[in-house]
Structures are given as C-alpha cells and as structure tokens.
Write a protein that binds this ligand. Structure first.
Ligand SMILES: C[S@@+](CC[C@H](N)C(=O)[O-])C[C@H]1O[C@@H](n2cnc3c(N)ncnc32)[C@H](O)[C@@H]1O
Length: 428
C-alpha cells in the first residue's frame, strides 16, 4: 500500500487507545503513530501483515492539527520511545485520553455511558514535564546512558523531559558500566539515588526456525530483566525515602513506587473519598491487592475514621520483595498481614473483607482474579488501572458479577504519553 518514496498519504480521523491516530486506506484501518485526529500525514507503513489493519508511522505532517506543538521532549523528538504524545498540548492529550477511555469502557467493558458517563482526565500537576521520579536507562558500549529508540534498540542520549529536575543530570559521570542498566530514583527530599543493574546473559542460541528462535530469545531476555539481578550503588542510598501524608517508606531503588511525584497522594485521596461517598461505614476488614509498599493500606487505616469508617485490619498482597520490605517497616505497628505472593494463589486463604483495593500492573487483574474477588463478596471494591483496555475489561467483568460502578475518576498520571490511570469504586 505504499506510494512513491515509500510513504502513503493518510487522513487521520480518529484516535485509538494506545496513542495512534486512526486512518483508512485500501479498505483497511491504519493505526498511525505520531499522527493526530484532523491531520493529513505522509506515513511509512511499519506493519502490513494483517488483513483488517496496518500500522504506520507519520514521517511528515502535511496538514497539522491545531493541537500540535513542538515536542516538549528532546529524547522523544530524537526517536526515543518515552513521550509518545509530547507533540500535543497537555489539555488536548487529556481529551484524547478521555475519548480512548470512553471508547474501551463501551466497547470492551460493555458499559452504557449514557447511564454513567466516562470520567474526564484530570491533571496531576499544572505542567506536563518534570513529573517522573524514577527511570531506567540503558548504558551503551561507549558508556553513555539513554533511552531505547521507539522502533530500534539504538540508545538515545538526548534527555527525556519527563523526569523531575536533577534526575538526569550528568548521568554519564555516574560510572555505570557498558551493557548495564542505570536505575535512577528521586526521594521525597529531591535527593537522587542511582544504581547499576547487571544485565544477565540471555543466550543467543538459535533453535528451530528463526522466527521461533527470536521469540524465545525475547522471552529469555524479558525473563532475565525481571529476575533477580545484582545492583551496584552509584549515588545516594540503596533505600529511597518516600512520603505520603504523615507516613514515610524506605523503598529500594528498584522497588515499586508510583512514577508520578503526585500520584500516591492523589490516588489514596480519591479512593478514601469515593469509599466514603458510596456509604462504607463502621468497622471493616480490607484487602490491599497488588498493594506494593502499602500506600492504600496506610491511607484507609489512617483516614477512614475521619470519613466514617474504621479499618480494623488489612491483608496486603504483592510480589515485589523490595516494596514489601518497606511495607513491613512502615506498617509494623498496624494490624496488617503481609503476604508475599501472587494475588491469584494468595486470595483464597484471606480473611473475609468488606473493602477490597485492587491495583494491578498494566495487564490488569484478569478475569479469574476479578471472579475470585467478586465471589468473596466484599461490600465495596476500589479497582485501579493504568491501562485503559485491561481496566475496562476487568470493570466489565465486575459488572457482570453483580458489582455496579458507583464513582470513577481518571488521571493524567503519565503526562506526554497516551497512558492514563483510572480508579473506580464498585458496590454490590
Ligand atoms: C501498579 S502497582 C501498585 C502498587 C501499589 N498499590 C501502589 O500504589 O504503590 C502494581 C503492583 O502489583 C505487583 N504485582 C504484579 N503482579 C502481581 C501478582 N500477580 N500478584 C501480586 N502482586 C503483583 C507489583 O509488584 C506492583 O507492586
């Protein structure tokens, strides 16, 4: 479907969850990365293998959207895979996010948005840059650290505009060895902590056909990145102090903590207020599933009474040893049982809960876990999602199991990207 010089002219008429513009060509839908609704672009086709759709990248903008701006992120402008909406005003990026969320809630979740309108996407800070408190950079053969390219493994050394001030200052002087990963985290006081993570050998053997071999290597590589790896401290401490309200946590530089500096407080405020708003009262037991270091746990314990409910105990479940070690210290004097393990296998043994907070990673809880939560019959569920499609799928499953969405909010928690965070409170 390519025209002269390998590019095809496309009129972009819509926006898809995932950040691409939607165009049509030769009877197929084309998802065009880097293009906005209302634009005409010259695009390079990047994936032409499917009967129903193709993927493309906007190489030249012929007619620009009124919402297009100069990219605010030097790394993204140079081809890094970080800020895929850095060329859009913050306000319009939030409008696009809200439209994508409404679309998947209707299409995947099966919600009638006439009855319950999808939420507008709220900003977490006035500006779209300088929000990210943690990042990981690849270190090239020349010892320079940077983000990976959008469509290649090239290391882009131009700075990303998302990290908080100072996080990326003079990173090459930290001395991370070539071929490692540089892990950076900023603490509550704005201090920087840095470590070098070894990259495990992934084995390059090719077995079977080349395609299968490549897939297996990618899997090994993913497994190696997620497995335990040696960390060498380069600056600051191994443990980073984070604060929410009156509590503080000491989280390892590789442990889970929300990426946006304003996210933890905003999310827990939203959750506690919405729980009170749906009439949760009295003494209740809670589960904090995918609870990380226990930010939701602390908040509902500390702030429930001011909102008319008292949490008498919490079962906190997560798989991240670093975040859980922080939880053990911060919540040592509270009625909290900490479970290190997968939610799916841990959930059947937990004490009955009236409130369940569920804040899974991007892939969502999945249907089996949603079914297990619903079968346990809590009075209220706070379900959190950082991927609109899996959030909509999980929410639809809760609805099919007899839970009704009573309130929901959405946040621009990853500014300059297509990702949004959504929080819903459901009751039976
Ligand atoms: C989006 S984070 C939320 C963490 C926490 N609620 C917070 O706000 O800081 C998702 C968490 O799920 C954990 N996780 C991922 N898969 C899991 C699983 N199958 N079972 C339990 N926890 C899991 C991760 O370690 C991570 O801490």
């Amino acid at each position: 479907m390519t025209g002269t010089d390998g590019l095809v002219e496309l009129e972009v008429t819509g926006y898809a969850n995932g950040g691409a513009g939607i165009a049509r060509s030769g009877g197929r839908v084309v998802f065009v990365d880097g293009a906005l609704p209302g634009e005409t672009v010259l695009a390079a086709i990047t994936d032409d293998k499917h009967a129903a759709y193709a993927r493309a990248y906007a190489e030249k903008i012929v007619v620009a959207s009124e919402h297009r701006v100069e990219s605010a992120c030097p790394a993204a402008a140079a081809g890094a895979g970080c800020c895929d909406l850095s060329h859009v005003t913050g306000e319009h990026a939030r409008e696009l996010g809200a439209s994508a969320l409404a679309d998947v809630l209707r299409r995947i979740g099966g919600f009638s948005l006439d009855e319950l309108p999808a939420p507008a996407v709220e900003a977490l800070a006035p500006e779209s840059t300088g929000w990210r408190i943690r990042t990981r950079l690849a270190v090239g053969r020349d010892g320079r650290a940077g983000l990976r390219g959008r469509r290649s493994s090239t290391i882009i050394t131009e700075p990303c505009a998302a990290p908080v001030a100072g996080l990326l200052d003079d990173v090459d002087a930290l001395g991370a060895k070539p071929g490692t990963e540089l892990v950076l985290m900023s603490g509550a006081d704005g201090d920087r902590h840095a470590g070098e993570l070894e990259v495990l050998a992934t084995g390059g053997g090719r077995s079977g056909n080349q395609r299968g071999g490549r897939r297996r290597n990618a899997q090994r590589s993913r497994g190696a990145r997620s497995g335990p790896r040696a960390l060498r401290n380069l600056e600051g401490d191994d443990l980073v102090t984070h604060r929410v309200g009156d509590r503080s946590w000491e989280v390892p530089v590789t442990g889970f903590w929300q990426a946006h500096r304003n996210a933890p407080k905003t999310y827990v405020d939203a959750a506690v207020t919405m729980l009170a708003g749906v009439g949760v009262t009295g003494r209740v037991h809670a589960w904090d599933l995918y609870g990380g270091a226990g930010v939701f746990t602390a908040s509902i314990l500390d702030r429930g009474p001011a909102h008319g409910f008292e949490v008498t105990g919490v079962d906190l479940v997560d798989t991240d040893p670093g975040a859980l070690a922080a939880a053990e210290v911060t919540l040592a004097d509270d009625a909290v049982r900490i479970h290190r393990g997968a939610v799916a296998s841990t959930l059947p043994g937990l004490e009955h809960a009236q409130i369940v907070v569920s804040d899974p990673p991007r892939s969502g809880s999945g249907l089996a876990v949603v079914d297990a939560i619903a079968a346990a019959g809590p009075d209220a569920v706070v379900h959190v999602g950082c991927d609109a499609a899996s959030f909509a799928r999980d929410l639809g499953r809760f609805a099919a199991s007899g839970y009704r969405v009573r309130a929901w909010r959405a946040f621009d928690a990853f500014p300059m990207t297509h990702h949004i965070e959504a929080i819903a409170v459901l009751t039976r």
